[in-house]
Ligand binder design. Structure first.
Ligand code: F0G
Length: 513
């Protein structure tokens, strides 16, 4: 398990390597298939590990799915052009069409959605955010045209002596102009629930709740208002406090009046239907309805980030379909490339789509044939046999949930909560920062408790899972849909042992086991 033949000084993020070594998870995996990863022990024997981390949720179909490997091999064997920008992209087009077929099934009567491809999750969020900002800026321009036209009509009426004193008009006009200029200079405002994770690029990291990730870069992009998750009335209150109006002047009953026009300050409401990195926290039905209602009132587009929850792992292709939550934008990544290619997609509802965006945004690698052909095969595999994969995700998820609930009942002093749906489940352990065992207490106080649990499960039971980075006491489980009963049994033995070790504060076994 040691990095025996690693160079003396690794020049790639060497401090991260130190962290992995300290926790005993500095393993080099040499082979992967389905839910299994293998490493070599000191004698060169391959040791299997059951992978519940699932590539941070990217391995919905498992490692190296044979059909996807065959697709990749065939593309290369055929000499398929992988990069031929500014030409036809039939695979990408078929992915766009297939996604719309799925959308129609899960959201009956949905409008068409246009697809913009990118290469990673955060990039697809940035596409959504950029598009929403373009749309907002164009709406602001249209609003100011209306405001100016209305004000011009008032000016003409005043000049014709039909609407009071010209000096009073000029005074009002100066006020209104200054007010509108202040609005025009404002940064757009995003709304997103507390606990959100939408990536770590310049704009998306401002939508990521964890302050450690976000605040150093706050000056670089538009800010978000974080809304308490699932708290009734909180969103409406925040919106009420932030809402602003542009002003025009109009004549009514022979006098000039100031008229208020809702100003599109809010660029987008961005949410995960089940928060992933924030600790596997589902959005409630009531919260979803409130988001729809408030966003409709202020004409704020809804971006549903399905990067982690999408591609079938919750028992439906889109997790938002369980809530009937209709988005203006949907982001997909992770599993879309089948665990082999890196690709992502932003779906944009036709009614919101701005054709100008196609000339304003691009990427060298987006829509490449390799990742698009794999994405198409992924969709075919998920949709095969009437969506058998979704039923597998649902069934295995129910088994895992039942197991975790049983552990919670059995070890209430160790396990505090079980959350999630399908193959996106979090198991929260009780905070140990006041534990009797000094080693456990210190690990908890320094924020690495979850990683200590990961290290134990790996060393003692050949189980791979991680805490979510922003909820370090929550282990997350995101295996592929092809999860076997034997793999679940192995997890049960491992977790039962872990809970017993924690219950008796056996730090020797926890750190050495
Ligand atoms: N949105 C969600 C919901 C995510 O879970 C992630 C990544 C991203 C966006 C960013 O995607 O890494 O491809 O740029 N989540 C990882 C995680 C890091 O811990 O689950 P990316």
């Amino acid at each position: 398990m040691t990095a025996a033949d690693a160079p003396e000084l690794d020049l790639v993020e060497p401090h991260m390597l130190g962290f992995l070594t300290q926790l005993g998870i500095d393993v080099e995996y040499v082979r992967a298939e389905g839910n299994t990863l293998w490493y070599r022990d000191r004698d060169g024997r391959e040791i299997p590990v059951v992978d519940y981390a699932g590539g941070y949720g990217a391995l919905v179909l498992g490692h190296n799915h044979p059909e996807l490997v065959a697709t990749a091999q065939q593309l290369l064997a055929d000499g398929t052009p992988i990069l031929a920008q500014a030409s036809l992209h039939p695979y990408a087009s078929r992915v766009g069409a297939a996604l719309n077929t799925i959308l129609q099934r899960e959201f009956p009567g949905a409008e068409p959605y246009f697809t913009v491809f990118a290469n990673s999750g955060a990039e697809s969020v940035e596409v959504a955010v950029k598009h929403a900002e373009l749309d907002r800026v164009l709406r602001v321009q249209a609003l100011f045209q209306t405001v100016e036209a209305e004000t011009e009509r008032a000016r003409a009426a005043v000049a014709a002596g039909q609407a009071g004193d010209p000096a009073e008009f000029d005074r009002l006009l100066a006020e209104v102009t200054a007010h509108n200029a202040e609005l025009a200079g404002r940064a757009p405002l995003f709304l997103t629930p507390e606990g959100s994770f939408h990536g770590k690029l310049v704009a998306s990291v401002q939508l990521t709740y964890n302050a450690a990730f976000r605040t150093p870069f706050a000056a670089m992009a538009a800010p978000a208002r974080f809304v308490p998750l699932n708290e009734p009335g909180a969103l409406a209150k925040i919106v009420e406090a932030e809402r602003v109006s542009a002003r025009s002047l109009a004549v009514a009953d022979g006098t000039v009046r100031v008229v208020e026009h809702e100003f599109p300050l809010f660029c987008a409401f961005v949410l995960e239907v089940i928060q992933g990195e924030g600790g596997i926290r589902p959005v409630s039905e009531e919260f979803a309805r409130e988001i729809e209602q408030v966003c409709a009132e202020i004409d704020c587009p809804i971006v549903v980030d399905e990067i982690q929850s999408g591609l079938g792992r919750t028992g439906a292709f889109f997790a938002a379909s369980h809530l009937g939550l209709r988005a203006d934008y949907i982001t997909l990544a992770k599993g879309l490339g089948g665990g082999i290619a890196k690709t992502s997609a932003t779906l944009i509802r036709a009614g919101r789509y701005r054709k100008e965006f196609e000339l304003l945004h691009s990427s060298t690698f987006a829509k490449d044939t390799f990742s698009s052909a794999l994405a198409l095969r992924v969709l075919e595999l998920l949709e095969a046999d009437g969506g058998a994969a979704y039923r597998l995700a649902e069934r295995s998820g129910e088994r895992l949930l039942a197991l975790f609930e049983a552990l919670r009942r059995e070890f209430p002093e160790v396990v505090t909560d079980v959350r999630g749906r399908g193959l996106m489940i979090g198991l929260e352990f009780r905070d140990q920062s006041a534990a009797t065992a000094a080693g456990i207490r210190e690990a908890a106080q320094s924020g690495v408790f979850g990683y200590v649990l990961s290290g134990f499960l790996l060393r003692a039971h050949r189980i791979r899972t991680f805490p979510t980075a922003s909820a370090v006491n929550t282990l997350r489980f995101e295996p592929s849909v092809h999860l076997s009963q034997a793999e679940i049994d192995q997890l049960e033995t491992a977790l039962r042992d872990l809970c017993a070790v924690l219950a008796r504060q056996d730090e020797h076994r926890l750190f050495q086991g």
